[in-house]
Write a protein that binds this ligand. Sequence first.
Ligand code: HEM
Length: 454
Amino acid sequence: MTAAIDTDPPRTARNVRLYRSIPALLRDPMGEVEKIGRFAGELVRVDFGIFKAYVATHPDDVQHILRDDSANFLRNGTAWRPLRRLFGDSILGEGPDWELSRKALQPLLTTRHVHSVAGRMAEAVNDAIEPLTGPARDGSSVKATPEMARIVNRTVLSVFFGGKISAADNDRLAPAFDQVAKAVAFRFLLPFLPESVPVPGDRAFREAVQRIDDVLMPLIHKQRRTDDASPDFFSALCQARTADGGEVSDRWIRDNLVAMFATSTETTVGALTWLWPLLDAHPQVAARLYDEIDRVVGRGPVQAEHLSDLTYTRQVLQEVLRLYPVGWLFPRTAVAPARLGGVRINAGDTVLLSPFLTHRLERFWDRPRSFDPDRFATDRTADGGRRHRYAYFPFGGGPHQCIGMHAFTTEAELVVAGVLSRFRPVSCSAVPVTPRIGPTLRPRRDVDLTLRLL
Ligand code: HEM
């Protein structure tokens, strides 16, 4: 890497010039990102030549942007462009479309609602785990990502999408979403490139979006012809009314369904993929986790009633999301001039937030690179102080805080406890050193997992 670093006087941002090293950025993006993290807690200005952005890692700055001054740091502008091409004007946007979307979807993801569907989630998880028996009996390995995706998709589609996306539709949708996630990587890294400049992945992106629309649009038309008011994303979106009581557009429904499919599957699958290599590398953590599941769930099947006793399982998942927060980078654009840690931010400037970097700051975390779920046994830090609310923000914060947090926690705990009540991992690929660059953090290489039947 050739990033040149200017030693600036106090109250200005550190400058990291990335334009000299775009090839390096494309080759080892996380390596480059971690170099920015060396300036622990300071505001860093990354300079791509024609495009500059700030990276804010200090929890005070994160809180300011996401919560205290959220009206001035919006989720639009250059850096958001690659994702807008997919999600349009939906719950992942801003303004009235976002408000309307949040109003329609949030009631289906409250703690109370998720609690009420946890039994159905457990059933779906147990059914989806069953096919792991064959490979576990033969001692053959499985690829962790597609297996976790199969289990998560089946559960999410049955519980949150009301079974309205059939298995055959899912077989077309899931690979298309995977293709989108890979195809958007280049634009995600270099969002300032105009759309008129073709980049690798553009064609694959367009094709995948077309395949997604080919599946979703007919389902939307069918749903709109009914007055079905079941508690699922399809019905909630089709029944929604605009602020003045008018009909919502097919496009708005489509944008939101795409957003919900992507956020409810891709993120959970990412977290559950990182878990297995981390357990393999930390046998003491794994042993405590197995003990808890043996004690609470026994030989399965896992049930909703087990959830409240799966304390250590929850801590393990929290720690996975600290080291590998699947939503690892999200941008904001300043509407009006602002100050962050004494540095002036101009209207129109892009500020990038990265839980990946903040979660690894030595100033806020004791031994930040160690995988230690016990740090979540309390909200105190090693020296007895209270942890800064924004030292840990895998689910964001403020008005755009993730609405899927409870769904994730419930589903992920059920999957971990469901798998480990039936099987024990025998071997797994090493913790992948290089994550794949893209909207979510995933290992670049396949994770091979071998399970043994209990
Ligand atoms: C490991 C699991 C997950 C992680 C790490 C995660 C992370 C995040 C983050 C960081 C944001 C904030 C984005 C921003 O501020 O720009 C967010 C928003 C969101 N998440 Fe999640 N998420 C996860 C699971 C889920 C699930 C399971 C669902 C749905 C069932 C979901 C639905 C959403 C939605 C709809 C938003 C946008 C909320 C809004 O802007 O009003 N997420 N998520």
